[in-house]
Design a protein around this ligand. Structure first.
Ligand code: WTA
Length: 641
């Protein structure tokens, strides 16, 4: 497999970019031509950002799994599609060829069909990082069911909310998941999430940890039994087949929930054709992928990074994607380096928080590992700091591997701003230049464009690209108000950004009430809602503060009615409450009890002040004269932890 659209030189990059600006339709049609279609599109792009409406390749029909699997069978059938590295290094690695992946995905498609799942039905997937998770995702896509993967760290309550919002009728889960030295009881969390749920008809359970679980008659089924039955149906005369459902280009492919500045997570919807073209194009170009290379993206498939750069991008490109079940620090902090050495990984794509954490363990864990197979290093999820960038470049890439600092979001489907490995220059802590098809602009508070270089502003995108969010599930108005109404006719990212003297972009962080904790998006309002569930809590306000490893930590100011003796206990209770309502990732790092919060006369909490205090900038709080009670500020400063 070769990639005719792979950009090889800086000059080609500029040429492609120019073409994508001048004639986006011709540009994207020439790329979409390299995919398998049942029927070609009638119109490349139809759009307006006011509704918003974005339709790519309208009238085209295709199935993404034929692009991710079937088209590679003749040439790469016996090549590895997935390499699976288990949590426990003593357990056997699994290598899944394209032929094997095809068979398993056909089986899942048959199994789901047997259970009554139809095109457009929502299937919620709550599994650990096992190959069966990838089979489940692609099995849904094969029959046109809409998958919604939920990260294994989310609580029963979070799952219940998502199930309800997506109106999901089917769940695929595991008995449990291994992560480091922990067994996570996934099925029992699902059981809790289903208390009171009337919509879910079937729960399919894959056996991973052999944790005792309860199976509810008529509702719960074993994956192994159903898959065995399906195997007999899809295999005829030694040949495996299950017809891929022809999908409209703009049919939904999946829903993925993500946090915003309001209390409730949003179901970001991506559609089949645009997402496919975008993830493949960005994968091949940013990482400069060559067939045969092992690509190791360390994200969990529960996040967009895993969807786009473990599953869809690499497989559509006929690549070999490494799936790792465990965590970077178990059995010890050398695990990533062992995996790279063992599987001859060419591309490592990870998050700054992981780099910073591993950096803290020192070079002893790196020094005897053979990392010579590495060609490209990637970073994603949050701004990378200079120290982590240099450490990564020097000690992991040995100063020979370019680092791609890739800026993008759940809503963008794939990478938006990044250098192309070895083709366009990298620059420490800069995501650098936009991909062809991406037209970033910076605006001030009033929406006026900030032109020229060496400037900062709020980052917006002015023209649709194929991977853009189409809607928020069940509530299109929410999509409009969140992303398309702040600045008319622009997609607003929620990020602040600097453009340097050469036109390189550096994303400086969120400008809304969303935190980025260890590369995970968490809404402050969500955490506040969870804290407020605790019976003794009157009110709370949550802000971020700089954290050495996590990037941002969670700082909660809490008004609590109760005696001071109970404070430590209450702290523990609050942490547990947040864990139960959202999941352990949202637990505050610091809780400060206060008697009041700084509010304006109209009752709005002045977060700017709370942020400054949490950041330790107590000498420079700024104007507090508009506060209802300016005295609370001093009290809060005195109580800082
Ligand atoms: C942040 C993850 C700086 C940003 C793919 C964005 C980054 C949010 C970078 C999206 C980067 C992601 N440099 N910041 N290279 N990549 N971000 O939806 O604030 O989980 O808005 O998508 O992460 O997070 P999400």
């Amino acid at each position: 497999m070769t990639y005719p659209y792979q950009i090889k030189t800086l000059q080609q990059y500029h040429g492609a970019y120019k073409l994508s600006e001048e004639n986006p339709e011709a540009f994207w049609a020439s790329i979409a031509d390299h995919f398998i279609w049942h029927k070609k599109w009638d119109k490349v792009l139809d759009w307006n950002f006011t509704e918003p409406k974005v339709e790519w390749f309208k009238g085209g029909q295709l199935n993404i799994t034929e692009n991710c699997i079937d088209r590679h069978l003749a040439t790469r059938g016996e090549e590895p599609a997935l390499i699976w590295e288990p949590n426990n290094p003593e357990e056997r690695t699994r290598v899944i060829t394209y032929n094997r992946l095809h068979k398993r995905v056909c089986q899942v498609a048959q199994m789901l069909t047997n259970l009554g799942v139809k095109k457009g039905d929502r299937v919620c997937i709550y599994m650990g990082m096992v190959p069966e998770l990838t089979y489940a995702i692609l099995g849904c896509a094969r029959i046109g069911a809409v998958h919604s993967v939920i990260f294994g760290g989310f609580s029963a309550q979070s799952i219940a909310d998502r199930l309800e919002d997506a109106k999901a009728e089917y769940i695929i889960t595991c008995d449990g998941a291994y992560r480091g030295n922990k067994d996570i009881p996934l099925k029992s969390v699902i059981d809790d999430a289903l208390i009171g749920n009337k919509l879910v008809k079937k729960v399919i359970v894959y056996t991973r940890t052999r944790t005792p679980i309860s199976m509810i008659k008529g509702r719960d089924l074993w994956w192994e039994d159903e898959m065995e039955h399906a195997e007999q149906q899809v295999e005829k005369e030694g040949k495996v087949s299950f017809p891929a459902m022809p999908m409209e280009a703009e049919d939904p492919l999946f829903i993925l929930y993500t946090s915003g500045s309001t209390g409730k997570p949003k179901g970001v919807v991506h559609t089949v054709a645009g997402y496919m073209v975008w993830t493949t194009y960005t994968f091949v170009n940013v990482f400069q992928y060559q067939p045969g290379q092992v690509h190791f993206c360390t994200a969990d498939i529960g996040w967009i990074t895993g969807h786009s750069y473990i599953v869809y991008g690499p497989l559509s490109a006929g690549g070999t994607s490494l799936m790792f079940e465990g965590i970077p620090t178990w059995p010890d902090a050398g695990r990533f380096w062992d995996i790279i050495d063992k599987h001859k990984v060419a591309i490592l794509y990870t998050a700054p928080t992981a780099i910073r954490s591993l950096m803290g363990f020192g070079l002893d864990y790196v020094k005897d590992k053979d990392l010579s197979s590495l060609k490209v290093l990637g970073s994603v999820g949050e701004p990378i700091n200079e120290e982590a960038w240099q450490w990564y470049f020097k000690n992991i890439g040995k100063e020979r591997c370019p680092i791609v600092d890739t800026w993008w979001q759940t809503e963008t489907g794939g990478i938006m701003i990044s250098n192309l490995a070895g083709v366009t220059p990298h620059k420490p802590v800069y995501a650098t230049l936009p991909l062809p098809g991406v037209h970033p602009i910076l605006v001030d508070e009033n929406g006026n464009e900030i032109t020229g270089n060496s400037v900062s502003g709020n980052l917006c995108i002015k023209h649709p690209w194929p991977g853009i969010i189409r809607t928020t599930y069940g509530d299109h108005e929410r999509c409009r108000t969140n992303y398309f109404s702040t600045y008319p006719n622009l997609y607003f990212t929620g990020d602040g950004c600097r453009r340097d003297e050469e036109g390189n972009y550096r994303i400086t962080g969120r400008v809304d009430d969303v935190l980025n904790v260890s590369g995970h998006r968490i809404g402050t309002a969500e955490v506040e809602n969870a804290i407020n569930m605790h019976s003794g809590v009157v009110e709370s306000a949550v802000v971020g503060y700089p954290h050495d490893i996590k990037g941002q930590g969670i700082y909660a100011y809490v008004i609590y009615e109760g005696s001071h003796h109970e404070e430590n206990l209450t702290r523990q209770d609050i942490l547990q409450t947040v864990s139960r309502i959202i999941g352990p990732i949202a637990k505050p790092d610091k809780i400060q009890f206060v008697t009041g919060l700084p509010k304006t006369r109209s009752g709005k909490i002045m977060r700017r002040i709370l942020r400054k205090i949490a950041e330790g900038e107590t000498g420079n709080i700024g104007d507090i004269s508009t506060l209802l009670d300016p005295n609370v500020v001093e009290e809060i400063i005195n109580g800082v932890i």
